[in-house]
Design a binder for this molecule. Structure first.
Ligand code: ADP
Ligand code: MG
Length: 364
C-alpha cells in the first residue's frame, strides 16, 4: 500500500488565531452591542445610549457616563485577556461584574475598526484612541469629552466576507438590538437607556431611570402590558434542596399575546432558559381558560457558588441551555429542577387566585 506523506503540522499565526476566536465571541452585531452595554453597566453608568447604522454592520456606537478608562491603560485596552475585573481564578466565585475575560474589546478589533473616547473624573479633557488587531494604532489624542466612555465599532466583519454576506442577506440585527436594550432597561431600572438608528431623530427605546419596576416595564413595553401584570415573589432557603430568591412580574388572564415574552436575569446576568420558559408556558396553558402566551419578567438570585459563569459561549453542555439571541450565555445552574418546580407552583397559585377573584368580582 502506498502511504501518502502526512501533512506537516505548523503553528498558526497569532493573527489568525485571534481572528478565529473573535468570530466566536462576536457572532453578529447584537453580540457586540451586548458586550458594550455590559461594559457600560460594569462601569457604573447611569445613562447608556446606543446608535446603530445598517443593522450594526456600518456602525455601532455606545456612549455612557461611567467611570471611564485611565489614560495609562489605553495602550493595552484592546489586547486579548486584559481586564480590570478579575485577577485570580478564585475571584470568579464571587464576581459581580458581567465581564471578566478581557476578550470582548479585543475581539471587536479583529473583526472591525474600534475607536474609544474616554474621560476619567477630575480631568479637563478626554482621550481618543483607535485600535486594530488588538493594538492601539497611535498615541491617544487629547479631545473634548463630558463624562464616561464612548466606543465606536465601524465596518464590523469587513474582513470576514462570508459572515458579512450572510448577515447582509438576512433581516438586519436592529430589531434584535432594540429587544436586547428593552430587556436591560427593565432590569437595570436605575439606568437611562436609549437606542436609535443613524439618521433617525426618534429613539426606538427610551427608558428613564426610575425606582419602580412597573414604570420601567410600562415605558419600554407599553401600558397594555404593564396594566396586566402581577407581582410575584418566591424564596427558598432550604440548604438541602435549593437556595434562591425570585421576584418579578407575570401577566394575568387579561393579557393577550401570540408569543411569550420572557425577560430573565439570573444573578443580574441576562440569560435565556428554554427549560424554564417551557415550564412556565405549560402552567399558563393549564391554568388560564383562554391560554394566552404570557409576559414574564423574572430576576432570580442564587448563591454565587451555585452558578458557574465560566462556561464558554461555544460549549453546549450546560445544565440549563441559556441563550440570548443565539449567543450561549455562560451560566450553568445547580438544582434547576427544584427551582423550576417552585417557580411553576408559585405562578400557578398566583394565576388561580387572580382568576378566582376576577370571577368573584364578575359575579357581584
Ligand atoms: P472584560 O469586560 O471582560 O473585562 P472587555 O474586553 O469587555 O473585557 O473590556 C476590557 C476592559 O476595558 C474592562 O475590564 C474595563 O476595565 C475597560 N472598559 C471597557 N469598556 C468600558 C467602559 N464603557 N467604561 C469603562 N471601562 C471600560
Ligand atoms: Mg466586557
Amino acid at each position: 500500500p502506498v502511504h501518502s506523506e502526512p501533512p506537516k503540522i505548523h503553528r498558526l499565526d497569532e493573527a489568525v488565531v485571534n481572528r478565529i476566536a473573535a468570530g466566536e465571541v462576536i457572532q453578529r452585531p447584537v453580540s457586540a452591542v451586548k458586550e458594550l452595554i455590559e461594559n457600560s453597566i460594569d462601569a457604573d453608568s447611569t445613562s447608556i445610549s446606543v446608535l446603530v447604522k445598517d443593522g450594526g454592520l456600518k456602525l455601532i456606537q455606545v456612549s455612557d457616563d461611567g467611570h471611564g478608562i485611565r489614560h495609562e491603560d489605553l495602550p493595552i485596552l484592546c489586547e486579548r485577556h486584559t481586564t480590570s475585573k478579575l485577577s485570580k481564578f478564585e475571584d470568579l466565585l464571587s464576581i459581580k461584574s458581567m465581564g471578566f475575560r478581557g476578550e470582548a474589546l479585543a475581539s471587536m478589533t479583529y473583526v472591525g475598526h474600534v475607536t474609544v473616547t474616554t474621560i476619567t473624573k477630575g480631568q479637563l479633557h478626554g482621550y481618543r484612541a483607535t485600535y486594530k488587531d488588538g493594538m492601539m494604532e497611535q498615541e491617544p489624542k487629547a479631545c473634548a469629552a463630558v463624562k464616561g466612555t464612548q466606543i465606536m465599532i465601524e465596518n464590523l466583519f469587513y474582513n470576514m466576507s462570508a459572515r458579512k454576506k450572510t448577515l447582509q442577506n438576512s433581516a438586519d440585527d436592529y430589531p434584535k438590538i432594540v429587544d436586547l436594550i428593552c430587556r436591560f432597561a427593565v432590569h437595570h431600572i436605575n439606568v437611562n437607556f436609549s437606542c436609535r438608528k443613524h439618521g433617525s431623530g426618534r429613539a426606538d427605546v427610551h427608558s428613564v431611570a426610575t425606582s419602580s419596576r412597573l414604570d420601567a416595564i410600562r415605558s419600554v413595553y407599553g401600558v397594555s402590558v404593564a396594566q396586566n401584570l402581577m407581582k410575584i415573589e418566591v424564596s427558598d432557603d432550604d440548604p438541602s434542596s435549593s437556595i434562591f430568591e425570585m421576584d418579578g412580574f407575570i401577566s394575568n388572564s387579561n393579557y393577550i399575546a401570540k408569543k411569550i415574552t420572557m425577560v430573565l436575569f439570573i444573578n443580574d446576568r441576562l440569560v435565556e432558559c428554554g427549560t424554564l420558559k417551557r415550564a412556565i408556558e405549560i402552567v399558563y396553558a393549564a391554568t388560564l381558560p383562554k391560554a394566552s402566551k404570557p409576559f414574564i419578567y423574572m430576576s432570580i438570585k442564587l448563591p454565587p457558588e451555585h452558578i458557574d459563569v465560566n462556561i464558554h459561549p461555544t460549549k453546549r453542555e450546560v445544565l440549563i441551555k441559556l441563550t440570548i439571541n443565539g449567543d450561549l450565555k455562560r451560566v450553568s445552574l445547580l438544582n434547576q429542577e427544584v427551582i423550576i418546580e417552585k417557580i411553576q407552583s408559585a405562578i400557578e397559585s398566583k394565576l388561580r387566585n387572580s382568576n378566582d377573584s376576577r370571577t368573584f368580582q364578575e359575579q357581584q
